[in-house]
Design a protein around this ligand. Structure first.
Ligand code: ZN
Length: 206
């Protein structure tokens, strides 16, 4: 075991799981950061995105975390993320959804096994998936199903990239006036305000 790596939490600033999934790879201080380094990371993301129960997450991680199939699933998830990023980049630019993206989503959806069941825990309803078996690539099916919400239920004109040109994060603008510009005020909003202030100050003093 090496040194524990510093934990960067997953960002859920996208208002859509498809975008949050794309946002698992971003740029921090000019360097690309990929939060999906292992199969366990993928399982943890799905758990935090409420796509897996804790029980299933533990089972799947135990079963596939050290297997070649787990690694293969992680690689497929990362490749899928590239396809999704291309897709939302096009959507945000007002261009049509590429056929290749629809085909990739449909392929991932075909890995979906099992069926949802409603359960009530502590007064809160949850959908729990019952699978006949726990296959590593069924995670891709769950992921793909979450991405379909973006295409089926969202207004494409509100799918936006953060306006900071150095930031690669996407979000779905659910603000009342549809005036959200930043992935987050604390990450990029403030930085931009500071930069604008600095530019104004500099232009006045020269
Ligand atoms: Zn940003």
């Amino acid at each position: 075991m090496g040194e524990p790596k510093p934990q960067i939490p997953f960002l859920f600033v996208g208002n859509q799981l498809c975008l949050d999934f794309i946002n698992t790879k971003f740029v921090l201080n000019g360097r690309p950061v990929d939060l999906l380094a292992t199969f366990s990371d993928l399982v943890t993301w799905l758990l935090e995105g409420d796509l897996l129960t804790e029980e299933d997450a533990i089972t799947l991680d135990r079963q596939w975390g050290r297997q070649a199939k787990g690694k293969q699933t992680l690689e497929q998830a990362r490749a899928f993320r590239v396809t999704l990023r291309e897709m939302v980049t096009r959507i945000a630019a007002g261009r049509p959804v590429p056929q290749a993206a629809i085909e990739a989503i449909n392929e991932m959806l075909s890995y979906r096994i099992g069926y949802p069941q409603l359960t009530c825990r502590k007064g809160k309803f949850e959908r729990e998936y019952q699978g006949e078996s726990q296959k590593a690539n069924q995670l891709l099916g769950l992921l793909a199903e979450a991405t379909t919400n973006l295409l089926c239920s969202c207004n494409f004109s509100l799918i936006k990239k953060c306006q900071n040109p150095l930031c690669v994060l996407f979000f779905y603008d659910t603000t009342k006036n549809h005036a959200r510009h930043w992935c987050s005020m604390t990450i990029c909003g403030n930085r931009s305000k500071v930069a604008a202030h600095y530019r104004r100050h500099r232009s006045r003093s020269t």
